[in-house]
Design a binder for this molecule. Structure first.
Ligand code: SGN
Ligand code: CA
Length: 537
């Protein structure tokens, strides 16, 4: 509704001035010509759902996100270092791995906002900085002139928000609202300074609640299945088989929309039910079981998840339009990405966390007129850990020596350094809840992944070969033909571990505060960060 009224105001303004609409863009009077940075960030958005990445299920058309790639660069292997939300965000802000920035997991970590972050450095160097949308780092944002965040995970409908420390409540669909607020901020910013705008969506995070306008968008399409929807994990590590993120076993009524998303108004709920209820009735009557049930859930999941992405895509278009109208698009670096990828039924899963391709790889599009050549496709291994240094170098600010990534600026300019990385270090911690993914470290190269599941009741290795087995269903670790590869990668893993300084024993708290099986429960009290998190939610 808010969105509509904004559009209407724009339209009326156009009619009032009669011609040349929308040519009356405010002139950019900034004398400081350092580039602006717009960082559009999603939560759990995976490459399979973006048409520019050309996945063979052709799940969705995303024309606005694709346009960013067409006008700039699409990175095909932007990888995360610890595939969950808070840790990825902390890594982006600090340019450091979890063991260095202290944010290991979503369960019991609080971001130490006194650390050096790229927004702080940009602000100190004269940038105006804003953070709008999902933050998810428990402590309040630091380094921003303006912040307007969703507490915790946020809600899809009518979200409570916190604006510079003050609680506010908005009405509408959160993906639209995040863009509304971002566009409003653009309009009232201090035009004498370059800016950093972080516009961060909650979507398409679980429980994948679509906008009302997108209910039924797919005309009850029956989706192609990934070849591994019924993966039996034969020959794989016990760690992989013993998961709790299966469409078969973990999917709740809320996920399946057998219950409505929370916090809707009466009117919203009516529209919601008008779509879901007849279909849910049919489902209840048919009462599918076993594989049929998994298939029903998979199709419902695709409808909902992809609808959420559709709203993101529309809002990317709106924000880009606003940037044009603002007059600053030509001097703005636009970076579009997500905190990690996501499984869309591969291995029978939803969620992320694993070092496997779908959750390891995250989308990255970069548009920067005059610098990034339109239509560039980049295959180098880059990572979220590179973002901070990239933004700093783009703004002409010195990069702190203890940051652990590498600026992407040369790559963006079309000159990949000869010594660019050919491998990346990975470390995932959070266990056992949620989703029962055992802690693992690993090394990733263009072709291989060597993975070590090391805790708490396991010491097992896997070697994956994307070239011979892109679905990553086979473990070659004990295959004699791969003995040399294993040896080489084990040495590389150790080298990287030392390079990033992850050699000390990981503190117990890094895995969360839920006891491992057989581990004594401590005093049973919630730690402070948990209390704060509960309050925020
Ligand atoms: C919630 C979700 C999980 C998800 C985590 C972390 N459960 O706990 O499925 O893995 O967030 O997501 S839900 O029932 O509350 O939706 S993350 O993106 O923040 O890392
Ligand atoms: Ca996430």
């Amino acid at each position: 509704m808010f969105r509509r009224s904004l559009l209407l105001t724009g339209l009326l303004a156009c009619i009032a001035t009669s011609q040349n609409c929308p040519a009356q863009t405010p002139e950019d009077k900034t004398t400081d010509r350092r580039p602006n940075i717009v960082f559009i960030f999603c939560d759990d958005l995976t490459c399979q759902a973006i048409s520019a990445y050309g996945e063979n299920r052709h799940l969705l058309e995303t024309p606005n996100i694709d346009r960013l790639a067409a006008q700039g660069a699409r990175f095909d292997r932007c990888l995360v270092t610890n595939s969950i939300c808070g840790p990825s965000r902390a890594t982006i802000l600090t340019g450091k791995y979890s063991h260095r920035n202290g944010f290991y997991n979503n369960s019991n970590c609080t971001f130490d906002g006194s650390q050096t972050t790229f927004p702080k450095l940009l602000r100190a160097a004269g940038y105006q900085t804003a953070m709008i949308g999902k933050w998810h780092l428990v402590s309040d944002p630091t380094g921003f002139d303006y912040w307007h965040i969703l507490p915790g995970q946020g809600l899809y409908y009518n979200p409570p928000m916190i604006r510079n420390g003050e609680k506010v409540k908005l009405e509408g669909y959160t993906t639209d609202l995040v863009s509304d607020l971002s566009i409003d901020w653009l309009k009232q910013r201090d035009r004498s300074k370059p800016f950093l705008l972080m516009s961060q969506h909650k979507a398409p995070h679980r429980e994948w609640a679509p906008a009302l306008r997108h209910l039924g968008w797919d005309n009850d399409r029956v989706y192609p299945e990934p070849p591994t929807l019924f993966d039996d994990f034969a020959g794989r590590s016990r760690a992989v088989a013993d998961h709790d993120m299966g469409i078969d076993r973990t999917f709740t009524d809320l996920d399946a929309k057998l219950r409505p998303a929370p916090n809707m108004t009466e009117q919203q709920l009516q529209q919601w039910n008008a779509y879901y209820e007849p279909r849910n009735q049919k489902f209840r009557t048919a009462n599918p079981q076993g594989r049929d049930l998994v298939r029903w859930r998979y199709n419902r999941y695709m409808h909902d998840y992809l609808a959420c992405v559709k709203a993101v895509d529309e809002n990317v278009g709106r924000l880009m339009q606003a940037l044009e109208e603002d007059g600053s698009a030509s001097n703005t670096l636009v970076v579009f990405s997500s905190d990690q990828g996501f499984f869309l039924g591969e291995h029978g899963w939803f969620d992320k966390r694993w070092i496997f391709e779908e959750s390891l790889r995250t989308p990255l599009m970069v548009r920067w007129p005059g610098v990034v050549k339109p239509g560039t496709v980049q295959k180098e291994i880059v990572s979220l850990v590179d973002f901070a240094q990239t933004f700093l170098q783009v703004a002409g600010i010195e990069q702190p020596a203890d940051m652990q990534g590498r600026s992407l600026l040369p790559i963006l300019q079309g000159h990949t350094p000869a010594d660019w990385r050919t491998s990346l270090y990975y470390h995932y911690y959070e266990f056992p809840v949620p989703h029962r993914v055992r802690p693992h470290t690993g090394v990733i190269t263009d072709r291989y992944k060597l993975v070590h599941y090391y805790k708490p009741d396991i010491d097992e290795w896997e070697l994956l070969d994307r070239q011979t087995n892109p679905e990553e269903t086979r473990n070659y670790y004990n295959d004699p033909a791969y003995a040399d590869v294993v040896k080489e990668l084990q040495a590389e893993l150790q080298r990287l571990r030392e390079q990033v300084g992850d050699t000390a024993e990981t503190p117990r708290s890094a895995y969360g505060n839920q006891p491992f099986e057989g581990e004594p429960v401590k005093d049973g009290k919630k730690p402070n960060s948990e209390k704060k998190r509960a309050k925020q939610n």
